[in-house]
Design a protein around this ligand. Structure first.
Ligand SMILES: Nc1ncnc2c1ncn2[C@@H]1O[C@H](COP(=O)(O)OP(=O)(O)OP(=O)(O)O)[C@@H](O)[C@H]1O
Ligand SMILES: [Zn+2]
Length: 474
């Protein structure tokens, strides 16, 4: 069996990964708060943990991995978005507007992440479907002395958990000194964080022993991971921006509610997608959405390929150069598979050992891409196709479609190639090359790659090939 090694942010070392139950390897990743389109930064953890999911499925079997990624569909940012729409005159109750917004955002999210080749997780729980479990967990925390209710709020008593700060490597006192903790009259200690808060009539709320209210963000993940994966599971992932306070608070809640269990054994954090050295984020306003890029004609496989070029533990920038490089490399791969590969044979192959070993080494995706290129350079075209599919860059279905489009374009271009060859013949005699040049320019404008040599004229569909632009060329 392949040995997987992962950098565990909890222990801060790269460790051999040993699942609690190899028959059911369990992974939880914090998903999006669904109030708006995902920006490119939000897509990074999706690609990173999809790659992990694919590796685990390969090593332990597709039916032996449970991957949970939640939707946070109750949150003050969602309420604010819906309220703004209501104030702008949108029809329907606030609750309807909230439901409409979260449904719409979840659809967008699926469309965008599907385009990046991300497999759907095994479960995608919505927080609003687990409020009962959250209330139960909060009740247990109060009973155990780890939380207290005051003025309709329930707060987690941070000082009751000696290990608070372990995950992010901070002491409680440092945190108080450095953090923007909210001081509130209902808190015993400024570090204490909200498990439950009261909702007035204008806000979504659930009945609870502490009055009508809604959960805090952190308890959502603790309750959903418990419900779907149990009190101890293998891997918990998310962006490094969530390590503190979100993950620290998840640990505190889950470990105090279930002291007999270990919660997440391995913690993995992806570094940030940056814009000029700063985290891409909604609050800084320095973002563009995945949809923006897709609509600009940057296909999902190019985005994924660029992401895989940098190790998840390192910050990275998105640049047009990287996208152009990825795009031309992928075009080369497709051309090679189309010309020399056999997809039916490729489907029977196993993923390449070197690529699997690279991923097993703490998801060394950069090395995996180098190995992929090596398959192309050593004429292993069926393996190339197999591993494009394995890495989620181009599935077999996408490859088939690309090859079909390419073949029909080649068919379409045949008469143009014959024509151009004839024009060149004629120009040799008349010495007037202007018609040849005009034809060539027209073909280039239609995204056609023109190769003219002594041997003849070859026309190939290039990346921006547009058949409609061929009209009127002959
Ligand atoms: N710039 C980024 N690079 C990589 N991952 C990011 C980036 N920004 C957010 N994430 C990750 O995206 C996931 C979804 O997070 P969440 O829904 O909380 O983001 P958000 O609040 O919409 O983003 P923002 O941080 O822009 O306000 C989390 O795992 C988070 O760590
Ligand atoms: Zn979470």
């Amino acid at each position: 069996m392949v040995t997987i090694r992962l950098h565990n942010s909890r222990t801060r070392v790269k460790e051999e990964f040993v699942p609690i139950d190899p028959g059911n390897v369990r992974v939880y990743v914090c998903g999006p708060t669904v109030y708006d389109r995902a920006h490119l930064g939000n897509a990074r953890p999706v690609v990173v943990f999809d790659t992990l999911f694919r590796l685990l499925r390969h090593v332990y079997g597709a039916g032996h991995v449970t991957y949970v990624r939640n939707f946070t569909d109750v949150d003050d940012k969602i309420n604010a978005t819906a309220l703004a729409r209501k104030e702008a005159g949108a029809a329907g109750s606030l609750e309807d507007l909230i439901a409409e917004r979260t449904e719409e955002t979840i659809r967008w999210y699926h469309d965008d992440m599907d385009a990046l080749g991300a497999l759907r997780p095994t479960h995608e729980p919505r927080a609003t479907a687990y409020v009962g479990q959250m209330i139960a967990m909060i009740g247990a925390l109060i009973e155990g002395g780890h939380a207290y209710a005051k003025e309709g709020h329930v707060l987690f008593r941070v000082r009751s958990f000696a290990e608070y700060g372990r995950l992010s490597g901070r002491s409680v006192d440092d945190m108080i000194a450095g953090a923007r903790v909210e001081v509130a009259p209902f808190k015993e200690d400024p570090m204490d964080f909200v498990l439950w808060k009261p909702s007035d009539d204008s806000l979504p709320g659930w009945e609870s022993p502490w009055g009508r209210g809604r959960p805090g963000w952190h308890i959502e993940c603790s309750a959903m991971s418990l419900a779907l994966l149990g009190a101890s599971f293998d891997i918990h992932g998310g962006g490094i921006d969530l390590q503190f306070p979100h993950h620290e608070n998840e640990v505190a809640q889950s470990c105090c509610a279930h002291p007999e269990a270990e919660f997440a054994r391995v913690w993995m954090h992806n570094e940030m997608l940056q814009v000029e050295g700063k985290k891409m984020s909604k609050s800084l306003g320095n973002f563009f959405t995945v949809r923006d890029l897709l609509e600009k004609g940057v296909p999902g496989e190019v985005i994924r390929f660029v992401f895989l070029g940098t190790h998840y533990g390192r910050p990275m920038d998105w640049t047009a150069e990287k996208a152009a490089g990825a795009s031309s490399k992928l075009d080369d791969f497709v051309r090679l598979v189309a010309q020399f590969g056999n997809l039916e044979k490729a489907k029977d192959l196993q993923p390449d050992d070197v690529i699997v070993a690279a991923l097993a080494d703490d998801l060394n995706t950069h090395a995996a891409l180098v190995a992929l290129e090596n398959l192309a350079n050593t004429a292993r075209y069926d393996d190339l196709a197999r591993n494009l599919d394995f890495l989620g860059i181009l599935s077999f279905a996408q490859l088939e479609q690309r090859i079909e489009v390419r073949d029909s374009a080649m068919q379409l271009l045949k008469p143009y190639a014959a024509n151009l060859a004839a024009m060149r013949e004629a120009a040799m005699a008349t010495k007037d090359f202007a018609p040849v040049d005009a034809m060539k320019a027209g073909l280039l404008a239609a995204g056609v790659e023109v190769r003219m040599s002594k041997a003849g004229v070859e026309l190939l569909p290039g990346p921006g090939f547009d058949a409609a632009k061929l009209e009127g060329l002959v």
